[in-house]
Write a protein that binds this ligand. Sequence first.
Ligand SMILES: Nc1ncnc2c1ncn2[C@@H]1O[C@H](COP(=O)(O)OP(=O)(O)OP(=O)(O)O)[C@@H](O)[C@H]1O
Ligand SMILES: [Mg+2]
Length: 273
Amino acid sequence: MIGKVQQSNHERGTAGEVIAARNAVKEYPGGILALDGLSVTLYRGEMVGILGPSGAGKTTFLRLLNGSLTPSAGEIRVLGQSLKGIKTGELRRLRSRMSLVQQNHNIIPSLSVAHNVLMGKLGKISTVGAARMLLYLTREERDEVAEVLGRLEIGDKLFSRCGELSGGQQQRVAVARAILADPEIIMADEPIASVDPRTAEVVMNQFRRLNSLGKTVILNLHQVDFALQYCTRLLVLSRGKLVFDGLPEDYRGREIFERSFAGEERRVCCAEA
Ligand SMILES: Nc1ncnc2c1ncn2[C@@H]1O[C@H](COP(=O)(O)OP(=O)(O)OP(=O)(O)O)[C@@H](O)[C@H]1O
Ligand SMILES: [Mg+2]
């Protein structure tokens, strides 16, 4: 299918909806159209892979979903709540139900791995509790962090300073922090970009585990193979538009094209058959 969106989930309506974008447009200063009228509904329990070339709008989309960017036009709904005009307190409460692992990891280099990971809980604990955490960690907190780090194969880094870790290890700290937040929706922006293929499997298996526990998982990925292997649904973005929405098996072997403004067709993605 060229330049068309597969209809696989569209007939489901709002039952089980966790995220809905309706004609979402994001124009950055300088007239850069990062998202150009994106409409899509994501459902509870899906594991969604978002693919597309660099600059397609993938990061912009995730940042609209967690409310750190606002759309120039259109509407975003998360967990039944519209983000349009949402109050700061409401957005904070909503964010405690979703986690975004950012492309730049967003960790604090001067703090230990344990403290960075425990920050995932900040939305759910009191200010006093957060201050106490900086002074000392309870046995339970240490064990909880160690368990998640162990599953990501960086259990030995519990008390290392984050700034001393490799890029791939920092990336896994950011994933661990999102896991500890225990959200209903977990989003990650290129979570396996800085790790080797075997470690990528370790990380993807943790996302699959979360998904099997009922969480909705949304991943921006450049690795088509991993997207095909792990995701239950694929979205492909190109120049801010959705050019494919469907099952991995329907994407496999298919070439996705976009039509440029000059009327030429250009291949943007191609999965192995
Ligand atoms: N803060 C910003 N100000 C201006 N333009 C921006 C800003 N952030 C992103 N853009 C532009 O918006 C477009 C979409 O960017 P975005 O980061 O969403 O792409 P992406 O699909 O995540 O790319 P990548 O795969 O390289 O991470 C690009 O043209 C980018 O240059
Ligand atoms: Mg990006």
